[in-house]
Unconditional design. Structure first.
Length: 85
C-alpha cells in the first residue's frame, strides 16, 4: 500500500533526529517491532520479503509515529459516491 509511512524521533545527545521509513512502491507495507531493547522498522513486500530495515536503540527513541495511507470503504469512490450508479 503505497503511502504507509513511519516517523521515528531519536535522541542524539544534544539534539533530536527524525527518520522516515516509507513504503516506496505499491503493494509494500511498513512493519514495526520492539525486541530486546531494539526498535526495528522494516519495509516488507506482499510476499513477506524484507526490502530494508532501520534499527534504533529503544532507550533512545522518543517517538514512533505510524501513518497509514487512508483507505476507502469498498464500493465507494473518492467522493463517497457509489461508482455503479
Amino acid at each position: 500500500m503505497k503511502g504507509d509511512r513511519v516517523e521515528i524521533v531519536v535522541d542524539a545527545g544534544d539534539t533530536t533526529r527524525t527518520y522516515e521509513v516509507v513504503a516506496s512502491r505499491a503493494g509494500r507495507r511498513v512493519e514495526t517491532a520492539v525486541r530486546r531493547g531494539v526498535v526495528e522498522v522494516s519495509e516488507v513486500t506482499r510476499s513477506g520479503s524484507v526490502v530494508r530495515t532501520a534499527r534504533f536503540m529503544a532507550t533512545r527513541v522518543l517517538a514512533l509515529v505510524e501513518q497509514p495511507v487512508p483507505r476507502e470503504a469498498p464500493g465507494e469512490g473518492p467522493l463517497g459516491e457509489d461508482p455503479r450508479s
